[in-house]
Design a protein. Structure first.
Length: 402
């Protein structure tokens, strides 16, 4: 890691702070993709799904349909629930958790288990075992029945099992829930071959505490000497440099910038920033150390349990802009068939930015007379599909929790 020559400061690395990031209770509405689904706004009923029929061989092999069959909407979601779905799909699990907890606390007499199931999904996906167990106890009291059981190792791609690198995405802030997910990520990264940190949606924070949290994360990863993949790292470095040039960069973010440049192997740019750092803070800058491992390509993905076969097309992991090409593969796979089952059992999240592309693929298949079924998805994934209208053209069969 960095070698500092400053004598008046300790060498203890920064720690993740406990300061929470406030969550605004605001309506959420995201722009729609041209020609795709409109994004929901809080308070507006979401498209509903009729009770899904059990999929059988005859379901997909029956007569092809030449028209679109649109289901009538009957489901109404609370604003907090809609908000949580969009926040989670946009990469903000901490804020989604806060919205759901707020709804549960404000509605003590509600017997609707949906917000609870959504929370169980988020806690599992982000590796928050203790909050999951606490929620399970409250669930048993509220509903007088056995709560869902923890099943993270069975499906979540962030566990580091099977060769896949654990990953963490920094968003606009760090809530207490995000902090717990970050600590889980660092524990998993300690035993993995490498780690992925996503800065694609990270703005330069005004909060110095958040900056120290990011610096601590990257510092701890770098100390292991393992390969670190920085998604959106180049663009984030550009944003940091822009703030540096205007004098709005706090010292922890200067150090983060230097560390990112070091991990990217950019020695010349590192030296330029290090000189400016010395002038700005009147202390010796960190010295450049070539990275032990440079991750220049995506982390190796865990082998899928099975590839497309028969009428089943499996999806896996977190599906964001970088993985959106899978929707075209789905269309190509299903077009020669009477229909397709899209297996969502291994999907942790579908990003809101790409759900319009999924809708395009579904609509093209249905217009061609193909029957599309999404099966075994989590509550968070299936609710997103229903809210943006996928359920109007395809059957959605959520996974049944036990």
């Amino acid at each position: 890691m960095f070698d500092f020559f400053r004598k008046d400061k300790g060498t203890a690395k920064p720690v993740v702070p406990d300061a929470p990031t406030p969550v605004a209770n605001r309506p959420v509405a995201a722009p729609a993709k041209p020609g795709g689904p409109a994004a929901p706004a809080s308070g507006r009923p979401a498209p509903a799904l009729a009770d899904p029929a059990t999929l059988s061989g005859s379901t997909l092999s029956g007569p092809t349909r030449t028209g679109l069959e649109v289901e009538e909407s009957e489901l109404e979601l609370a604003p907090e629930v809609e908000e949580a779905v969009v926040l989670y799909a946009s990469g903000h699990p901490g804020e989604a958790t806060a919205a759901l907890n707020r709804f549960i606390l404000n509605n003590p007499d509600s017997r609707d288990p949906l917000p609870w199931r959504m929370l169980f999904d988020i806690y599992e996906t982000t590796g928050q075992r203790q909050p999951f167990e606490d929620l399970a106890m409250d669930y048993a009291v509220r509903f007088e029945q056995s709560p869902p059981t923890w099943r993270l190792a069975e499906r979540t791609p962030e566990t580091g099992a099977g060769g896949e690198w654990p990953s963490f995405a920094f968003a606009a802030g760090l809530s207490p829930q995000d902090k717990a997910a970050l600590e889980h990520f660092l524990r998993e990264a300690a035993t993995a071959e490498g780690a992925t940190v996503d800065f694609s949606k990270t703005l330069v924070p005004d909060n110095e505490v958040f900056g120290r949290a990011m610096l601590d994360c990257i510092s701890r990863l770098a100390e292991t000497g393992k390969a670190i993949q920085l998604l959106g790292g180049d663009a984030f470095v550009v944003r940091l440099n822009a703030s540096r040039s205007t004098g709005r960069l706090a010292e922890p973010l200067w150090l983060l910038l230097l560390l990112l440049l070091q991990l990217q192997g950019k020695a010349e740019e590192f030296d330029t920033v290090a000189l400016d750092y010395a002038i700005q803070f009147e202390i010796s800058p960190p010295s450049y150390t070539p990275p032990k491992k440079v991750a220049t390509s995506p982390a190796p993905a865990r082998p899928a349990p099975s590839g497309p076969s028969g009428l089943v097309f499996p999806l896996h992991g977190q599906i964001g802009p970088a993985e959106a090409g899978v929707f075209e593969k789905l269309r190509e796979f299903a077009m020669p068939l009477p229909g397709v089952e899209v297996d969502l059992s291994q999907v942790a999240r579908i990003d809101f930015m790409v759900v319009g592309m999924l809708m395009d693929a579904v609509m093209s298949l249905v217009q061609a007379g193909r029957h599309v079924v999404f099966k075994d998805g989590s509550e968070m994934v299936c609710l997103l599909l229903r809210m943006v209208g996928v359920g109007q053209f395809a059957t959605i069969q959520p996974r049944i929790r036990k």
